[in-house]
Design a protein around this ligand. Structure first.
Ligand code: AMP
Length: 212
């Protein structure tokens, strides 16, 4: 099963991608996490990506496509995968299709739909682990011990690009550049839309129903 998750920032893609990957017993990757790993390891790619991420705009397609297609080429992904945060432009979607053309492309695109105001509200309370990138929310799903990741003990912090001054730009970018990707998969008959406004559990159940 080759699945991609689409949705605005704060839709819950990261949380739900982990659940779906567990359920399907496949691997998963989030393009944002891969960029943040590179930033943390001070790589050239990390430096380049940071200059875009800090402004809330997309990293150029050629760089992003190379990173994700490299990940997809690894043998662990042969059984299937869940991709979170990629593709985010029609160019990336076409590159993904081309790369998977001998396997019939992706099987399903799941679009988690959340209104703008709800995205803003969720991002304002979002924190992630600096080490394993597990997401938390200060009221909905806080870590057991404040500032410490339940999973790996890493530091839980607020992402620079979750600050209100960057969030607005990220939402604009979603509607301008990524919403057309939703239409692209709708046109291919591979899209399922899920209302992302419910609890983590409710949205998770709706996603599992869509997968079945
Ligand atoms: P995310 O963690 O998915 O919210 O992504 C954080 C930031 O990483 C985005 O605002 C972009 O700057 C960059 N990014 C992540 N995925 C992509 C992508 N598929 N294409 C371009 N830029 C991306």
């Amino acid at each position: 099963m080759k699945v991609i998750l689409l949705g605005p920032p704060g839709a819950g893609k990261g949380t739900q991608a982990a659940r779906i990957a567990d359920k399907l017993q496949v691997t998963r990757a989030a393009s944002g996490d891969l960029f943040r790993d590179n930033i943390r390891n001070c790589t050239e790619l990390g430096k380049l990506a940071k200059s875009y991420m800090d402004r809330g705009v997309l990293v150029p397609d050629d760089v992003t496509i190379r990173l994700i297609m490299g990940w997809l080429d690894a043998p662990e992904q042969a059984k299937g995968f869940v991709l979170d945060g990629f593709p985010r432009t029609v160019g990336q979607a076409e590159a993904l299709d081309k790369g998977l053309s001998d396997k019939g492309g992706i099987d399903l695109a799941l679009y988690i739909d959340v209104p703008k105001a709800e995205s803003v509200r969720r991002l304002a309370g979002r924190y992630i682990c600096r080490n394993c990138q597990r997401p938390y929310h200060e009221t909905v799903s806080p870590p057991a011990k404040q500032g410490v990741c339940d999973k790996c003990g890493g530091e839980v912090y607020q992402r620079d690009d979750d600050r209100p001054e960057v969030v607005g730009r990220r939402l604009e970018v979603f509607f301008e550049e990524t919403k057309p990707v939703v239409d692209y998969y709708r046109g291919l008959g591979k899209l399922k839309e899920i209302n992302g406004e419910g609890s983590i559990e409710d949205v998770g159940n709706a996603l599992v129903a869509a997968l079945e």
